[in-house]
Design a protein around this ligand. Structure first.
Ligand code: HEM
Length: 424
């Protein structure tokens, strides 16, 4: 496998602290062949070029996700085993709707989902998010300590999205297990047993969502599922124009909202908390003036990049930044690397909530696949910190933290974060 300097691209050490490796690549090999046929794209400008050009760089065939196999690197898309194929055959038939579609099909679905997660819809969800956050804080505030990931940051998006998708409280535990297991197989290092478990969980979840969709068809509400049921897909030919979505299409969309919307926000809240504790002057500033929280969230997305990498495949022979790319190669857009490009963000390692170009980061992607849940993610994270700051004082690290991240190529995910605090 190729290396830059002493860095092994997929080793635990590199992934734990990728920033020196990123700096080296950006400066020396902006398009870097990390494994045969797998190219890392590292600079801010080149990543923009890739994300905006869907004709040359496709998201189809599941290109966004990479089969990360630890020290062995990135594998070509892995064929499902006989066992997982048999399990998926019992699920809802797959449809390429958002992350795995290219325009023009992507555009048709995307315009419907844009409406479902519009500022109006997100504003309606804010009281729900605040209620969820309040109840979670109620659950640990008298202890004076909390393991933030398990007790809070993971539960905030999970519960908000579950309520949004009409999952009753009594089903929350089941739903949590399915969604955690089905997300886990996407990006981590997984054995065949875990793959089978993940497939089972995905299928249960798909069927559960399909039942919710079917039940809601009788009486669609003014909510996310109701929107998708009553929406009309436009821009197709013949019978495909101006038609309603079928259940597999709606399930595909809901599934992606769930997968993309859950772990990301969890990781953002956790790593942003650690970042604040390591930058006490910023913590003091935002506590004193909560109107700065949105800027803090934005800078947190840039500096931590909870999704650090996603892929594309090269449609036909082309070049990028002077590097020849054969058709069929895979590109890996390193969002976390672009977000620390010093040409775009001077002193990129500084957690500076007053940067002029705060929102220029690519932590939510760019171009047609720009995160459709960005407004929801911003709202959930803002509300989480508004309530944490209001109710907890003297937030500090508890003994016993090791600050390690999951061994995962796509997500930047703190495993745990133990905190202590005083009650306000
Ligand atoms: C901090 C939190 C989040 C981060 C860092 C994040 C990041 C991203 C990124 C980088 C992309 C671009 C994918 C690509 O180019 O292939 C994306 C797309 C997407 N995100 Fe997010 N996301 C977050 C939260 C959410 C939430 C809360 C939801 C929904 C509930 C969501 C749903 C989606 C969906 C469905 C897509 C695919 C959009 C498309 O293909 O058109 N995300 N996100």
């Amino acid at each position: 496998m190729a290396a830059v300097g002493d860095f092994e691209p997929f080793s635990r050490e590199t992934l734990e602290n990728p920033y020196p490796f990123y700096d080296r690549m950006r400066a020396e090999r902006p398009v870097f062949e990390a494994a045969p046929g797998v190219f890392f794209v590292t600079t801010y400008d080149l990543i923009h070029e890739v994300l905006r050009d869907t004709e040359r760089f496709s998201s189809a065939r599941g290109a966004a996700f990479l089969n990360f196999q630890g020290e062995a690197g990135l594998a070509p898309p892995m064929a499902p085993s006989e066992a997982t194929r048999a399990i998926f055959a019992r699920g809802v038939p797959p449809r390429d709707t958002l992350l795995s579609a290219d325009p023009p099909a992507h555009t048709r679905y995307r315009s419907l989902v844009n409406r479902s997660l519009s500022p109006r819809r997100v504003a309606k969800l804010e009281p729900i998010a605040r209620q969820v956050v309040t109840e979670l804080i109620d659950g640990f505030i008298d202890d004076g300590r909390v393991e933030l990931v398990g007790q809070f940051s993971m539960m905030v998006p999970l519960t908000v999205v579950a309520i949004t998708l009409g999952v009753p409280r009594s089903d929350l535990q089941r739903y949590k297990e399915w969604s955690v297991k089905s997300v886990a197989v996407l990006a981590g290092r997984v054995s065949e047993e875990e793959r089978i478990e993940g497939a089972r969980a995905s299928v249960e979840l798909q069927r559960y969502l399909a039942r919710n969709v079917e039940a809601a068809r009788a009486d669609p509400q003014d909510d996310l599922i109701g929107d998708l049921i009553t929406a009309h897909l436009r821009g197709g030919a013949g019978d495909d124009d101006h038609r309603e979505l079928d259940t597999p299409e709606i399930v595909s969309i809901l599934n992606q909202l769930l997968v993309a919307g859950q772990e990301t926000v969890n990781y953002l809240i956790a790593s942003l908390t650690l970042l604040l504790l390591r930058n006490p002057e910023v913590l003091a500033e935002v506590q004193a003036d909560p109107s700065l929280i949105p800027a803090m969230v934005e800078e947190g997305v840039r500096i931590e990049s909870p999704i650090s990498a996603l892929g594309r495949f090269v449609v036909s022979d082309t070049e990028l930044g002077g590097t020849a790319l054969p058709a069929g190669s895979r590109l890996v857009a390193l969002f976390g690397c672009a977000n620390r490009d010093p040409k775009r963000f001077p002193q990129p390692e500084r957690f500076d909530i007053h940067r002029e170009n705060l929102r220029d980061h690519v932590g939510f992607g760019a171009g047609p696949h720009y995160c459709v849940g960005a407004a929801l993610a911003r709202m959930e994270t803002r509300v989480a910190f508004e309530e944490l700051f209001r109710r907890l004082r003297n937030l500090r690290l508890a003994p016993g933290n090791d600050f390690t991240h999951q061994y995962n190529f796509i997500f930047r995910a703190l495993k745990t974060l133990h905190l202590e605090f005083d009650k306000a």
